[in-house]
Write a protein that binds this ligand. Structure first.
Ligand code: NAD
Length: 378
């Protein structure tokens, strides 16, 4: 069988020569030949804010299977700064308006969307339509409907999709998953997790503007506590009840300040989470029938720190989580290895976010969840 390179595939697809039947049978992961598996995939960062500047771009200097190949920015002055600093070819620099021309750029394999949350769906869908694999920052979008639209666009265009859940690539998370799966400390009975910080900056920042963020602490930090509640138990919850607390309404005018939520799991386990823009929290503790284990810090950029009830200190070599994450996704594209943070995981978490907001609006009423194994990657 003839192998399509990305170049020939893209140009055929662009010209409409590949019919939908062929597209359906040719996932992009298969578009690479065996020798391509050693190639480095080109990533274009969309949105050059603090996460791209201080985490993603430096991490892309340490990745083995991908590299910084392009940028998409709405700020003209950033173009020459990034071009010079990272040696980015002029033809791989885009703005928000001419972004769709990326379809013709064969040096870009993956588009990484790191914009305010309400802009994720628009750019992820445009990237998918341009035939590019997609990494969408967390939270995946501002509604479940938008998550579905992103997933559908990626499926329809045969491109791979991942959420920027860097913790899924961290060795401490893998150890937690192993403890849970192998029942190293017995059955998990109770999980407690906190994810928050004290917001003191500009009250007009996009994170505190519901139109741009979709919500406050829960959307920003709460997804980490949702994630730890799930990998701390190894299961999706079957229900959630939640409460909201507001102590600085003058500052948090538009978005939630502090939220607590309790999850029930099919096997009887229970989890409690706290997320806040007005309290620090960065911890996961898993209480089991024969002991416990704890990460503190649990979701920052690392190094993460862990201890267990038998006195063991967990220690893994530190590497930038974002480098591990982008390499994991690149390996998934190049070799068909597991996608450890698929779009379904981001959608699952947004279903939970919406259930938490609904519970709060109904005075803390328990909301049933029918998630099955959606988004669980073991
Ligand atoms: P930021 O405020 O530092 O940057 C936002 C970028 O979006 C800027 O380049 C800004 O110019 C651009 N932008 C375009 N339109 C905008 C608008 N209308 N309002 C504001 N900015 C606009 O934000 P950030 O910290 O880089 O976050 C970007 C995304 O990355 C968010 O989705 C956030 O949740 C996510 N993030 C993830 C992690 C993680 O650990 N995975 C960490 C930080 C941020």
């Amino acid at each position: 069988m003839k192998h399509f390179t990305r170049r020939s595939f893209s140009s055929l697809a662009t010209k409409g020569i590949l019919g939908s039947a062929l597209l359906g049978n040719l996932p992009m992961a298969n578009a690479f030949t065996l020798s391509d598996k050693n190639k480095k995939l080109g990533i274009a960062l969309v949105g050059l804010g603090s996460y791209s500047t201080y985490q993603l771009a430096p991490s892309l200097q340490e990745t083995e299977h991908c590299y910084l190949a392009g940028i998409v920015t709405g700020t003209k002055e950033k173009e020459s700064i990034w071009q010079e600093k990272y040696n980015i070819p002029k033809q791989s620099i885009y703005n928000y308006d001419n972004f769709d021309a990326i379809v013709k750029n064969d040096t870009i394999d993956i588009v990484y969307v790191a914009l305010p949350n309400s802009m994720h769906a628009n750019f992820c869908i445009r990237a998918a339509k341009a035939g590019k694999h997609v990494i969408c920052e967390k939270p995946m979008a501002v509604s479940v409907a938008e998550c579905d639209a992103i997933i559908n666009a990626c499926n329809e265009n045969n491109v791979k999709l991942s959420v920027g859940y860097r913790m899924q690539s961290d060795p401490y998370t893998k150890e937690v998953k192993k403890f849970v799966k192998e029942k190293t400390f017995g059955d998990v009975l109770f999980v407690s997790s906190d994810a928050g910080y004290i917001s003191k900056g500009n009250p007009d920042q996009w994170r505190l503007n519901k139109k741009l963020s979709g919500g406050g602490a829960l959307m920003n930090m709460g997804v980490y506590a949702i994630q730890t509640s799930i990998y701390g138990t190894g299961q999706n919850p079957i229900s959630v009840s939640a409460q909201e607390f507001s102590t600085r309404p003058d500052y948090f005018k538009d978005t939630d300040e502090t939220i607590t939520a309790q999850f029930k799991f099919e096997n009887g386990a229970v989890a409690h989470m706290m997320t806040s823009h007005n309290a620090n929290g960065n911890r996961l503790k898993v209480h089991c029938s024969d002991g416990w284990f704890e990460l503190d810090p649990a979701h920052s950029y690392g190094p993460i720190s862990g201890i267990t009830s038998n006195g063991n200190i967990l220690e893994f070599p530190h590497k930038r989580q974002q480098a591990l994450q982008m390499d994991d996704f690149s390996k998934h594209i190049l070799t068909g290895s597991k996608n450890i943070a698929p779009g379904e995981m981001g959608k699952r978490d947004m279903i939970i976010v919406e259930a938490i907001y609904k519970s709060i609006s109904e005075g803390g009423k328990e909301q049933k969840l029918s998630l099955g194994n959606l988004g669980i990657v073991s």
